[in-house]
Design a protein around this ligand. Structure first.
Ligand code: DUC
Ligand code: ZN
Ligand code: ZN
Ligand code: ZN
Length: 488
């Protein structure tokens, strides 16, 4: 076999269980997880005593090499993934954008973009218009291309945004395919008005970005998407929950038994919008993403929601632009390419913010950074677990070490970092991806082309009970009134 690795004496953590054990890997598969595994001397041994051995992170929300706002996000599938691996993330799911409305052309362009991948990845598909062709292409994506989730934008009027009418058709299609509907929830018409108003008021700087699209517009769109998904009776995944307003809609929906999943992102958990008021444009502009980073207080509330299970997982929306690209919007915040980094920092910041602070347990950390994503997108326990038979995507984490985040040392191609100067407790010391040691002793050893495309099958468990729910919905409809033709 190609490689044999023994990770010795660490605390092996899964979402459901932790124990001191050895982990033995052959090729790209975990072969055994148990105490005291004896091996020959052809095996590479990693001493993990006093450290946590956890499933590599899975980032559910990433935009590598994305053509967007007149430019392209500068981390491509190689540099973005290299950064991910240095930060303990071993798989990401990227959003395929259609090309001229064609899902197939979009898929093919992302097959090209991802050719140099150095870690495993999967795709969500964005749907930005609707007709018979798109509907047919959705079937092909699910049945032949390994995609089981479709994202709809309620914002970006004039480009990606789709109407409620079309959203309903698309939700129905998702339901019939056993695919998961996802939404970017902001009211695009209102954002457009908000932006015009800021410009009229002469507010052209990055603070105008926050002021033009406040939390109420995220709350409205989240509530609307949830209700429309309820009307169609299909599960819904709300991407990047950034505000209390949106989070409370997710909480309410889940409490009433709706199958709604809430994803938050690292930036929403730890940053606040005071950065957008920074007097230096080049600093303020790097914090422009959509939905915007919110006023202080939203971040703490989202942390609490994550710890209580109101939100289920943490992504990044990693979508990086360098300062030259951000400067496109020097005179008009509407032209600042939207996006922040995070794929390399996520595992460290979530640990520091949530575990080190005592808000969640180590097993919950594994759940929100890895296992839950694998379950939701139907690739568990191949991914998201340290079990015999799972893929060998593993990190060794030292809770007693620490890391200082900086653009000077990060692996992203971006010349800035929104977490610049932040020191976090805990450190990913080793990353094993696909059975290869790709990060050790602060050194990256990645192989272009070694990453695999992970097909994600349509759903079983998420749609369980659908027929029963459907039946009870239909039986709740009151019988129509039979009227005679005459109107006397
Ligand atoms: N928001 C961002 O900030 N970047 C990429 C796309 C998005 O919706
Ligand atoms: Zn056990
Ligand atoms: Zn989005
Ligand atoms: Zn996004």
């Amino acid at each position: 076999s190609l490689s044999k690795i023994l990770i010795k004496g660490g605390t092996v953590v899964n979402a459901h269980h932790e124990e001191v054990a050895d982990v033995y890997v052959e090729d790209d598969i975990i072969v055994a997880v148990k105490p005291h595994i004896n091996v020959g001397d052809d095996v590479t041994v990693i001493d993990a005593a006093g450290k946590f051995v956890m499933p590599g992170g899975i980032d559910p929300h990433v935009h590598l090499a994305m053509d967007f706002m007149g430019t392209q996000s500068i981390d491509d599938f190689f540099s973005g993934q290299a950064a991910a691996l240095a930060g303990g993330t071993t798989m990401h799911i990227d959003f395929v954008l259609p090309v001229d409305g064609s899902l197939m052309a979009g898929f093919e362009s992302y097959e090209k973009k991802s050719r140099n991948s150095c870690m495993d990845y999967g795709f969500h598909m964005a749907v930005t218009k609707w007709d018979e062709t798109v509907s047919k292409e959705m079937e092909i994506m699910v049945q032949e291309k390994g995609i089981n989730s479709f994202k709809f934008f309620l914002a970006y009027k004039g480009s990606f945004m789709i109407s409620d009418e079309l959203l309903l058709q698309a939700f129905k299609k998702c339901k019939s395919l056993g695919a998961l509907a996802m939404v970017h929830a902001e009211n695009g018409d209102a954002v457009y008005e908000g932006q015009k108003r800021m410009i009229e008021l002469g507010i052209t700087g990055p603070e105008g970005h926050a002021l033009s699209r406040p939390p109420v517009l995220e709350g409205e769109a989240t509530a609307r998407a949830i209700r429309l998904a309820e009307f169609v009776n299909t599960p819904l995944y709300v991407v990047h929950v950034m505000s209390i307003d949106a989070m409370e809609e997710v909480a309410k929906a889940r409490k009433s038994g709706l199958r709604v999943i809430g994803e938050t992102v690292v930036s929403a958990l730890v940053l606040d919008d005071s950065w957008l008021w920074h007097p230096d444009f080049s600093i303020a502009a790097k914090y422009v993403m959509s939905p915007p980073i919110r006023a202080s207080g939203h971040n703490k509330a989202l942390q609490a929601a994550l710890s209580m299970g109101v939100l289920q997982l943490v992504g990044t929306d990693h979508c990086t632009f360098n300062s030259t690209q951000k400067a496109f919007g020097i005179d008009d915040f509407r032209k600042i390419p939207n996006g922040v980094n995070g794929i390399e920092e996520r595992m460290h910041i979530v640990w520091d913010t949530m575990v080190e602070s005592g808000q969640i347990s180590v097993t919950d950390y594994v759940r929100v950074t890895s296992t839950e994503c694998a379950r939701i997108f139907n690739i568990y326990p191949r991914k998201g677990a340290i079990l015999a038979g799972s893929d060998a995507d593993i990190i060794v984490f030292n809770p007693n070490s620490s890391v200082e985040i900086s653009a000077k040392s990060h692996h992203s191609k971006s010349d800035t970092n929104v977490y610049e100067g932040r020191r976090v407790k805990g450190k990913v010391e080793v990353t094993i991806a696909g059975g290869r040691i790709v990060w050790q002793n602060d050194e990256l050893k990645v192989v272009p082309g070694s990453g695999k495309y992970i097909e994600m099958p349509p759903f079983g468990y998420l749609f369980e009970g659908m027929d029963k729910a459907e039946a009870s919905y239909l039986s709740s409809l009151r019988a129509p009134v039979k009227r005679s033709k005459s109107t006397t």
